[in-house]
Design a protein around this ligand. Sequence first.
Ligand SMILES: Cc1cc2nc3c(=O)[nH]c(=O)nc-3n(C[C@H](O)[C@H](O)[C@H](O)COP(=O)(O)OP(=O)(O)OC[C@H]3O[C@@H](n4cnc5c(N)ncnc54)[C@H](O)[C@@H]3O)c2cc1C
Length: 229
Amino acid sequence: MPALLDPVLDLLMLRGTVTATEPIAARMRRLRIEGDALAGLEVRPGQQVRVLVGGGLTRRTYSVWRYEPAGAVELCVLDHPGAGPGARWGRTAELGDQVRLGRPEGSFVLRRDAAHHVFVGEETACVAFGAMLAALPQDARVSGCVETSTAADRLPLAHADRLDWQKRGGTSLPEAVRRLAPGPGGVAYVAGEARTVQAVRQVLVREAGWDRRAVLTKPFWAPGRRGLE
Ligand SMILES: Cc1cc2nc3c(=O)[nH]c(=O)nc-3n(C[C@H](O)[C@H](O)[C@H](O)COP(=O)(O)OP(=O)(O)OC[C@H]3O[C@@H](n4cnc5c(N)ncnc54)[C@H](O)[C@@H]3O)c2cc1C
């Protein structure tokens, strides 16, 4: 990235350094980014940050997996078959790399006071779900359906034993939600591939009688489209 853009980017974005990386699931890498600018941010469970990737002028969006107010943001990036600049960044980021990221944002967030919480999504959605589930008390009412390519693609989530885990290629997510038939009255969080998100929303609203305002949806990616935000 041209150095002359640095002052402008410093005004618009926060700066951090990659201080840890680990494979957290078969195709997912956890990146820990630390920096003084990342201290004391307001982060609600489920929110995302925009990151400059691919040499610094392309933006991709990632859910905050974990936040430490002392100044650490953790992201988990999936290495998918059509890898664009985002997946390539996730795959190759090394200790000491500088990262520019935006402030946490978004309204796909945990509603702490909900009577019950229903989570539906796939690998990428699990990052946001991880932050949300970790913020719920042990006795929270939790259910949901999560699809991954293989069992090794599962992220370590709090309350994981209360979720129905599906293997891709078997029961589709909309069908799994139809079978789960969660009763209305709680909040549903539905994220991941765009068309699946819409199909699951329809099952909840049209078939299971959910109020559309109680179904929070967020498309994270769509086949053939680049960098949804
Ligand atoms: C609010 C929000 C939160 C997100 N959180 C995360 C997160 O925590 N972790 C994460 O890994 N991603 C997350 N994403 C998706 C992320 O922003 C990128 O879209 C993703 O990393 C792909 O970027 P890319 O540059 O590799 O591919 P792109 O250049 O954006 O896309 C190239 C092609 O790859 C394919 N593709 C993209 N994503 C996938 C996928 N997941 N599986 C299969 N094929 C795919 C599509 O066909 C696409 O057209 C989130 C997106 C949003 C909007």
